[in-house]
Design a protein around this ligand. Sequence first.
Ligand code: ADP
Ligand code: MG
Length: 363
Amino acid sequence: MAEIHLKDISHAYMPEPKGPEDYALKALDHVWQDGGAYALLGPSGCGKTTLLNIISGLLTPSEGAVKFGEQDVTTLDTAHRNIAQVFQFPVIYDTMTVRQNLAFPLRNRGVSAGDIDARVLEVADLLGIIDRLDEKASGLTADAKQIISLGRGLVRRDVNAILFDEPLTVIDPHLKWQLRSKLKALHQQFGFTMIYVTHDQTEALTFADKVVVMNDGEVLQIGTPEELFEKPIHTFVGYFIGSPGMNFLDAKVDGNQAMIAGQSIALTANYADTHNGKTEVGIRPEFLSLHSPDHKTNAGIRVTVQTVEDLGRHRVVKVDAAGTPVTVLVHEDEEVPSGDATLVFDPARTLVYRDSRLVEGVG
Ligand code: ADP
Ligand code: MG
């Protein structure tokens, strides 16, 4: 096994790309650590499959190189890269039994019969299909077939990486949860590099140590679930990760003050007032609080409470801040004022974005 280096790659499906908008995958340089558990997360059409197929060798990037350790594998196919890939829909042989399907990738590589039997049993046990090993694949339901496809991806011990492209799409929600936990356990047990594509943040955040957030062909941030929650470096990441997502409010920022809808709040760092583009303040619903309208603070603005949705331990409160909708998460022990209220920002959690990118203040 080796680390995987995507060296200044990008990809356009069209022959003569003219501008960035013609690229399904925009410029990326990244080293995937050997043994890492990664999720590729982003909305449909953002380039996740394109990126995954470049790693596996199904696709050659228009620009750049793919290296496994010191070896340049840019023009090698999937088999020669020693990669297992599980797709969104089942890829199995209908004429074979479940056992034969699971054994196939091993038989192909000349593994001994005894080792094949043992490994097939181990994987079948992991996936809960031991009692179905002698069934013909043709008679299985779509989700059972997909579990066999997963098994085929997991059966080899000698792979450089296992790539999963939204593999649980056709699986029912309850089983999905179980399988995801099994994949995570398997990663911990065997230490393969695993890259898991999904558009579902819960799947990404529970599976991965590092989440790669993509939008519109661009990798916006690679970070731990905690980093993505605490310091999204792009407004898209703030909005896409978290439930509900991060709030962004138009602001004018000068020194350690932000003016929002004509009212000023305190920041913990200083920012120069030299920006001509769009400036926003970003804060997660968890770090806002609501108080009565006469509450005195230098970190609050006047708002109007509009709706309250009770989720048990929390309530999701939507307020109006001079025309901008803001979402606040209020713990069940706290009061929610009705009508006019003061919305208080936790200064340590109040971030500043310029043209959608996080900027760090000084001091
Ligand atoms: P995702 O997996 O995130 O849904 P894809 O990587 O499949 O996204 O697609 C990224 C972009 O590239 C989309 O705009 C898609 O329409 C385009 N695309 C994907 N495959 C091809 C192809 N074979 N030929 C042309 N365009 C493609
Ligand atoms: Mg895809």
